[in-house]
Design a protein around this ligand. Sequence first.
Ligand code: SAH
Length: 346
Amino acid sequence: MAARLHRHASELPSLPLRLSASRIRLLGATNRPPSALRLRPKSCRPARVMAAAASATAEEGLKKGIAEFYDQSSGLWEDIWGDHMHHGFYDRGVTASIDDHRAAQIRMIEEALRFAGVSDDPSKKPKKVVDVGCGIGGSSRYLAKKYEAQCQGITLSPVQAQRAHNLAVVEGLADRVTFQVADALEQPFSDGQFSLVWSMESGEHMPDKKKFVGELARVAAPGATIIIVTWCHRDLLPSEDSLLPEELNLLNRICDAYYLPSWCSAADYIEIAQSLSLENIKTADWSENVAPFWPAVIRSALTWQGFTSLLQSGWKAIKGALAMPLMIEGYNKKLIKFAIITCRKP
Ligand code: SAH
């Protein structure tokens, strides 16, 4: 999201480990360890222990940075773009204007529900929803109203959680929509309680994708639908072990600007879901449907209101804004993919 005008990753201890630690965990989960790890002799075990400790420190730094970033930037985003902090879904090939954005963001939610086959039938519709990485609760309130459901949202940002609660009060939803500060990788919920598990553009922030999907699956009730809408890199070709150096370079620059750990592909998510014995696993590439979004965000940043708000938000926001063209470049090069992954808990 453009709102992810992240603190520069090089300010944090996470940067040197960004590509290695989470990728190693992800690939370990999918039985495709990098050859460097496979060949490492046992005598290197202390190095692995140290790497694990450094990785934990890096994850704490990442979480702190994400929380601070959203604490600082959510108000700016809400002023200009409203309470949904995610891409809009557009017909392919259109040019979006700022007037279209809210409808396109709502359409993103509806398209995701339709793709996952979530039922509107009163006897089958979701009754308990968890919104993992809830921002200021746009999806939570929308889903709670649509399905007359209970919804619980979690975010790393205390400012977002408070704002989400205030908006729920204003909309008369406070009795069934609640928010708290919590980590998606260690969710404060008991097993198997939610009939819809929703993650709209938070997966890209997760340093351990296997743990992330594992937590989504753990809190899902039997038969529940899990929906992940997230930024991915392109699937690797069978002949490839990794992205090309120039592709990694572009992603690293985006990570630096937007405060993200390493990326994975939709195929990686599918492998993880399979490894967790999830069912009815589906994915789609919606990159072309979101293509009009970043140009629209850039145009909004260039309005007088956008420009002055951005300046008031400080250097981190400006740096993030300057990196927006990198997202467009990534989509144009078919390196960045906007993916939906859905599945069902058995
Ligand atoms: N889903 C929301 C917000 C997307 S912005 C919307 O569509 O409007 C990304 C969100 O992910 C932020 O709220 C951020 O706090 C949250 N997030 C990132 N990493 C997280 C983590 N480890 N645990 C919980 N939330 C996280």
